[in-house]
Design a protein around this ligand. Structure first.
Ligand SMILES: Nc1ncnc2c1ncn2[C@@H]1O[C@H](COP(=O)(O)OP(=O)(O)OP(=O)(O)O)[C@@H](O)[C@H]1O
Ligand SMILES: O=C(O)c1ccc[n+]([C@@H]2O[C@H](COP(=O)([O-])O)[C@@H](O)[C@H]2O)c1
Length: 210
């Protein structure tokens, strides 16, 4: 079973990387694809270019074979609707292969505002990476989806192609790309919040300098 993890990755940091590995190991994924978005449909546009974000991501995961950078959203260009991306995976893998989409708890809470959220649930399982005991699904539609689709058995994710929601508690690292960009813009060091190779690339290319 493979997993998909989309993000702005502006830049990728240890918060993304550690939870990615947590899920790979817990669900025994053969591979996890990390997909940098081209144009955000829901937030400010990334500061670093698509090429820079992709290069930083590749540098971050080059020695971890189960993590693979996937540039299909960057190549497609335009607004990166997740549902469009998932259709391209279904075209490649067929309708029967189990497929998991990883989302952070904050991204999951905003799912009702995404483009075609019900279609998304028909295309993949959702793996929600959360804090222990955190409240989930404040939105009534989302709460209903969780009631209908939740499984606590990871083995169930392999028995059908899509449609389930699984909550996984992951390592809590209070790291955000926003903070890293801010530190760099202030001339301060974000070292130890992200891989050294990523930081070196961000500095060399002045991705976040003011
Ligand atoms: N520290 C973290 N721990 C767990 N999940 C995270 C963490 N940071 C980001 N994520 C999740 O990774 C995905 C991609 O996040 P994104 O690339 O926007 O990073 P970010 O650090 O939240 O960026 P920004 O600060 O620019 O909003 C989202 O689903 C988000 O919830
Ligand atoms: O398709 C949508 O409507 C949609 C709306 C909001 C977020 N997403 C996706 O959710 C992922 C996490 O987004 P972000 O902002 O936390 O980096 C990323 O892959 C986005 O493309 C997708």
């Amino acid at each position: 079973m493979i997993g998909l993890f989309g993000g702005t990755f502006d830049p990728v940091h240890f918060g993304h990387l550690r939870v990615a590995l947590d899920v790979v190991q817990h669900l025994q994924l053969e591979q996890l694809r990390l997909l940098p978005l081209a144009a955000a449909v829901h937030r400010r546009q990334p500061q670093a270019s698509p090429e820079q974000r992709m290069a930083m991501l590749q540098a971050a995961i080059c020695d971890e074979p189960c993590l693979v950078a996937d540039d299909r959203e960057l190549k497609r260009g335009g607004p990166s609707y997740t549902v469009d991306t998932l259709h391209t995976f279904r075209d490649e893998l067929g309708s029967q292969a189990p497929l998991c989409l990883l989302v952070g708890a904050d991204a999951f809470e905003s799912l009702p505002d995404w483009h075609r959220p019900l279609d998304i649930l028909g295309l993949v399982h959702l793996v929600v990476m959360q804090r222990p005991g955190a409240p989930t699904a404040r939105d009534p539609w989302l709460r209903e989806q969780v009631e209908q689709r939740r499984t606590d058995d990871p083995a169930a994710l392999r028995l059908q192609a899509s449609g389930l929601i699984y909550f996984q508690t992951v390592t809590q690292l209070d790291i955000s790309a926003t903070r890293i960009r801010r530190l760099l813009a202030q001339g301060k060091s974000p070292r130890y919040l992200l891989p050294d190779a990523v930081l070196a690339m961000a500095r060399a290319n002045r991705c976040y300098a003011v």
